[in-house]
Design a protein around this ligand. Sequence first.
Ligand SMILES: [Zn+2]
Length: 299
Amino acid sequence: MKSLIKLSLLGILLLLVFICYSLKDKMLYIDKNESLNSINPFPNSTSSISGNKVDDLPQTENSSTISADKIDDMINDEKIYTEKSFEHREIKIYVLGKDSCKNKMAILGSMHGDEPQGKYIIEQLMEYVKRNPEAIENKQILFIPNVNPDGLFRNKRGNANNVDLNRNFPTKNWGSIEEDKNTAYFPGSAASSEPETRMIIKYIGDFNPELIINIHAPLKLINYDGFNSERIARLMAKYNKYKTAGDIGYPTPGSFGTYFGKERNIPVITLETGNDKGEKAWQENKESILSAIQNLGKF
Ligand SMILES: [Zn+2]
């Protein structure tokens, strides 16, 4: 009789252990679900959870109905960096488009302060692609509208030190033509002596674009340097009807085109607009620039 009671008690004990164990699993399961519900979808929604699972999650106030792809677009839509000129004026660098895009282009303007066309055209281009994001679909573009704010402020070619930034790049032929500090083509006291030159090398070098457009004025000419750049120049010329040239006709030691185009083999288009400024300059060159963007990856 005693052993029967002992057996019954042991049975009850085992049953209790079993029930407890089942409940524990159940509680863990609830915990897992709750932690999924409270995941913030912004940081790692695409990498840690597949798209379908994100959609399956119950909606909370924070997770709204935006798809994971859309959130990714929003995060990577625009980056803005700020650097300073010699006189501490702001130089803004903008990047539009997703980091995952392979086709990259950089566009910069007003390297010469008496050429405001570049700044205006690039600002209009940025507004255009923000209104028409399909124009840069699968592409990432770096914009520096105003490379030389000190020069633009004075309406003069050089920067605050009267250095021609387009002669200040650390090319093999830097300084091979002697220029006085008071001339328009003074290459600086040393290669890349100017903060504006170093800013360009840092941002465009790190960005590593497949095409660079550098806007100048007033020759109405598409000058090209580097691998395959002639094809791009010819395509762009169809729209603005400018002449194309592999050689601008005079030596340019320490130039941007020599540094990135000739010595690093990145296609560089030096787009020389006409004398017209503002809206006329933009309208004259809009389709040329958009055609280059549209054909990234196909040159
Ligand atoms: Zn220029």
